[in-house]
Design a protein around this ligand. Structure first.
Ligand SMILES: NC(=O)c1ccc[n+]([C@@H]2O[C@H](COP(=O)([O-])OP(=O)(O)OC[C@H]3O[C@@H](n4cnc5c(N)ncnc54)[C@H](O)[C@@H]3O)[C@@H](O)[C@H]2O)c1
Length: 359
């Protein structure tokens, strides 16, 4: 995103997005959850998972893929082992509900495994690790994506799965938690669209064309004939992506990537989450002291010439959040036009959204 993009102050952006999301017919608590989580993705620097997703959500809703006002249904309750159906509801709502239930059970039993299937797009998975960490619990999340296939297996010449994210969170005593949260593709799908719109190329090693040849032309991620993104770290990222599909998809959701979804607008996520109370597994104070000592040791590594000081996972998002909360959120012209068009498709007056945002 270019720095020249207009900055929308946070309160105005929240108000404008509330207007739009009300167009889904959502109850007010759902409106608030969807708006807060999407804007939070922008605040933390992940524009690919922020308000720019709303046009896709509108298309999915109009096609019958996204179901507003659907809460989770408990399909199997084994105490510390839960299988939940997200009923194609907003991921911003069913993700929060699933983690709240998992937290309650992990606090009662020491740990809990939550299998969530059929959730509409869960957005930035780090939000769920943050919710769990705020309750003092460790968590791991393996996620699959049911949508158009866009990532090739290591050695493969075409796309066979999605950008399957992995996430883990560790709460710390008196310090912000460590939140590791990434897609298993080298770059996010949204980055090929941005590069294509700007007439730029993508870095080498990110993309192959429709015949499996390396390319830097982002069109192969955006318009047919499609190529495929590559996984990060060669066979290792591919292995993690595979596990996200097997654990988040086959095990948790009972649904893995299908060719039949290529033409649909819905984006479903399956998520297998493991929640652990460190105070029940071990001595909490000893764990916290050990974790802090290790992080201090790692961050004491001298900065490489020409590089940036060592960070830990979660630092980047906190820095973005502080900056954008103060300065406002940049929204590029293409995304903003798509958002206003999405409002119109929902029957919401785009002019009112524009006025609320002040742009
Ligand atoms: N719901 C879905 O279907 C879906 C699919 C794919 C991705 N996503 C989301 O997309 C978002 C973006 O993913 P991404 O792969 O582009 O993330 P990314 O490549 O920006 O990596 C982010 C992770 O790396 C850490 N990090 C960044 N800079 C660092 C540094 N210098 N040192 C140490 N750690 C550092 C961050 O704190 C964070 O944990 C994530 O929130 C992910 O959950 C969601």
């Amino acid at each position: 995103m270019q720095t020249a993009d207009p900055l929308i102050p946070l309160p105005r952006l929240l108000d404008a997005m509330r207007l739009l999301v009300r167009g889904f017919g959502s109850r007010e608590d759902e409106v608030e959850a969807v708006v807060q989580r999407l804007v939070e993705a922008n605040l933390t620097g992940h524009d690919s998972h922020g308000i720019g997703m709303l046009p896709r959500y509108v298309s999915s809703y109009l096609e019958g893929g996204l179901q507003p006002n659907a809460g989770i249904a408990v399909e199997m309750d084994g105490g510390a082992l839960l299988r939940l159906d997200g009923r194609a509801g907003f991921g911003q709502v069913v993700g929060q509900q699933a983690m709240a239930l998992g937290i309650e059970r992990a606090q009662a039993h020491g740990s809990c495994i939550v299998a969530l299937g059929n959730a509409h797009h869960l957005g930035r998975i780090g939000a769920w690790a943050e919710q769990v960490a705020a309750a003092g619990l460790v968590s791991m999340h393996f996620v699959n994506v049911i949508s158009r296939v866009i990532v090739a297996p290591h050695g493969g010449a075409d796309a066979r799965f999605g950008t399957n994210p992995f996430c883990a969170g560790v709460p710390l005593a008196g310090r912000a938690p460590v939140i590791l949260d990434f897609a298993t593709s080298v770059i996010a799908q949204g980055k090929t669209r941005v590069a294509h719109n700007k007439g730029e190329t993508v870095d080498p090693g990110c993309l192959i064309d429709h015949q499996g040849r390396p390319t830097q032309d982002p069109r192969y991620g955006v318009i047919p004939p499609y190529g495929a993104l590559l996984t990060f770290g060669g066979h290792k990222g591919y292995g993690l992506a595979l596990m996200c599909e097997l654990l988040g998809g086959a095990l948790a959701a009972g649904l893995t990537q299908r060719e039949a979804d290529n033409g649909k607008k819905r984006v479903l996520n399956g998520m297998l989450s493991v929640l652990i109370d460190p105070g029940r597994l071990a001595d909490r104070a000893a764990f916290e002291a050990e974790a802090l000592a290790f992080l201090d040791w790692v961050q004491a590594s001298p900065t490489r010439a020409g590089g940036e000081p060592v960070q830990v996972a979660g630092d980047a998002e906190r820095a973005w959040r502080a900056r954008r909360t103060a300065e406002g959120v940049p929204v590029d012209a293409t995304s903003w036009a798509e958002i206003l068009d999405a409002a119109a498709r929902l029957g919401v007056d785009p002019a009112a959204v524009r006025v609320a945002a002040g742009v």
